[in-house]
Design a protein around this ligand. Structure first.
Ligand code: NAD
Length: 484
């Protein structure tokens, strides 16, 4: 593993256009730590603003013209490499993100899925045909649609929580549509992104089609957003930075996938064993650091005691600790600062009347899965996005009350509802202000292919998922011909 990190460091130097072997001064490198052991994993260079400007220019000048067959081949080959090397790749993810092996192995599988879906989608023709004799004004003609790659470069920025899958969701649709992309991963987890880039090059991707840059946001973020060679910015991350980008980008296309505060809503007819299992896994998988993690458990008051008991029992059984122990269900959160924030918010909620049933212990970045009951919807713990393994139970009286609480935050990403009643389900589908409603599943359930994304502060309504991202990464042209 250490050798692999060393190789990735060298590749990060090459990607940044640095001479391999050149000494970089301390303030020109980013040090990456293992959140569990605190040891230094390695360093990556800080690209300068001028180097980034040059890279955008060089990237724009490159014409990508791979055939559909060639693009599908590269993506399929990369998927096969990822599946074959799941063991080493998952260890890199676990080492830099603190996610347990169960989570990082799952993530590697998702990355392979994204690649496979990209390969399949590329082979489909994307044109539509409209006959023009549909109305009295019509003519004997046909209108056709045609999608082409953007004229400029795509600038992509990704968060820490799914270090490789977030990158895959940017680069795969970009390759599938013959675009060129420059991507900046989170400086907390750069090695997973660099590793995916290496795999894509090994599978035959021309390097000009995808560059990974590492650097300090204070030096390069504005260039990533405003560079004139950039046509589209695709960002996944928190609301504050998403809104900063929206203000700064001006006349450029932007795709924003921002935070979430997703509820699981448990009605009185729900199977409580199933609902509590979904609630617990939705809350703690990926150390609670999923934009679609269960962040609020809204439970009908008539079943809340039974639900709380089962959540408590299942939380006690959730093993956490060393991320590299294959038996563990959860590793650390991203860093100590994040864990301290959860601890502080839980303490505040308890001081305001919530009951702590389990957890809220912290050791560095290791934070215990935590359950609280009698949480009030106005408490900061649930009003804001608490991006960690915390299970706050909020009791409600009826469906109107549940919908009102659910819609009562600034976010609108996804949701889960546990009920078999069709009248309830149809109200939730119509009345929840979210991008997804999953019945008897966690809010995060999706295929890597299917449309995904939120509204309100969770996003502008533009969807991701391989198919939708391919649409937003292309220009749609229509042409018409005089043959009906
Ligand atoms: P973050 O917003 O702190 O950082 C995201 C990225 O933005 C990083 O690469 C960071 O370096 C970069 N950045 C920092 N300053 C910038 C600036 N001024 N301009 C442009 N980019 C800048 O997010 P995070 O803490 O890495 O990730 C967690 C957040 O991401 C959570 O809010 C989570 O809900 C959200 N998220 C959303 C989705 C989704 O699909 N909706 C998926 C995953 C994560």
């Amino acid at each position: 593993m250490q050798q692999m990190i060393l190789d990735l460091q060298l590749n990060a130097m090459r990607l940044a256009g640095k001479k391999v072997g050149a000494e970089l001064s301390g303030d020109r490198t980013i040090v990456v730590h293992n959140p569990f052991t605190q040891e230094v994993l390695g360093t990556v260079p800080k690209i300068t603003k001028q180097e980034l400007i040059d890279l955008f220019e060089k990237t724009k000048a490159y014409q990508a013209n791979l055939t559909r067959f060639e693009r599908a081949n590269i993506l399929n080959k990369a998927a096969a490499i990822v599946r074959e090397r799941v063991e080493t790749i998952s260890k890199v993810i676990s080492a830099e993100a603190g996610l347990c092996l169960k989570d990082s192995i799952y993530e590697v599988g998702r990355v392979a899925d994204v690649l496979q879906f990209g390969a399949n989608e590329v082979l489909k023709d994307d044109g539509q045909i409209f006959s023009c004799d549909l109305t009295p004004h019509g003519k004997n003609r046909k209108v056709y649609t045609h999608r082409s790659p953007l004229l400029g470069v795509i600038s992509a920025i990704t968060p820490f929580n799914h270090p490789m899958n977030q990158v895959a969701h940017k680069v795969v649709p970009s390759i599938a549509t013959n675009n060129r992309m420059v991507l900046k991963p989170s400086e907390k987890v750069p090695f997973s992104a660099i590793l995916l880039a290496d795999i894509l090059y090994e599978a035959g991707l021309p390097p000009e089609m995808f560059s990974v840059v590492t650097g300090a946001p204070s030096e390069i973020a504005d260039e990533l957003i405003t560079n004139p060679n950039v046509d589209l910015i695709t960002f996944t991350g928190g609301v504050a930075i998403g809104k900063y980008i929206a203000n700064k980008a001006g006349y450029k296309r932007i795709v924003l996938e921002l935070g979430g505060n997703d509820p699981i809503i448990v009605m009185e007819d729900a199977d409580i064993d199933e609902a509590s299992t979904l609630a617990v896994s939705g809350s703690y998988k990926n150390s609670g650091q999923r934009c679609t993690a269960v962040k609020r458990m809204l439970v009908h008051e008539s079943v809340a005691n039974e639900f709380a008991e089962q959540v408590l029992a299942k939380t006690k059984a959730w093993k956490y600790g060393n991320p590299l122990d294959p038996q563990n269900d959860m590793g650390t959160v991203i860093d100590e600062q994040a864990a301290q924030l959860f601890e502080a918010r839980v303490n505040t909620a308890v001081s305001q009347g919530a009951r702590l049933l389990w957890g809220n212990q912290r050791q560095g970045a290791l934070y215990a899965p935590t359950v609280l009951d009698y949480v009030d919807p106005q408490m900061e713990l649930v009003k804001e996005e608490t991006f960690g393994p915390v299970s706050p139970i909020i009791r409600f009286k009826n469906i109107e009350h549940a919908i009102q609480i659910s819609n009562g935050t600034a976010y609108g990403l996804s949701s889960a509802v546990c009920t078999n009643r069709l009248d309830y389900i149809s109200r939730f589908v119509k009345e929840l202000h979210v991008g997804t409603v999953n019945v008897r599943e966690v809010p995060g359930y999706r295929l890597e292919l299917t449309p995904f994304g939120g509204i309100k502060d969770s996003g502008l309504g533009y969807k991701e998922g391989v198919q939708e991202a391919m649409k937003s990464f292309t220009n749609l042209k229509t042409y018409s011909m005089p043959w009906g």
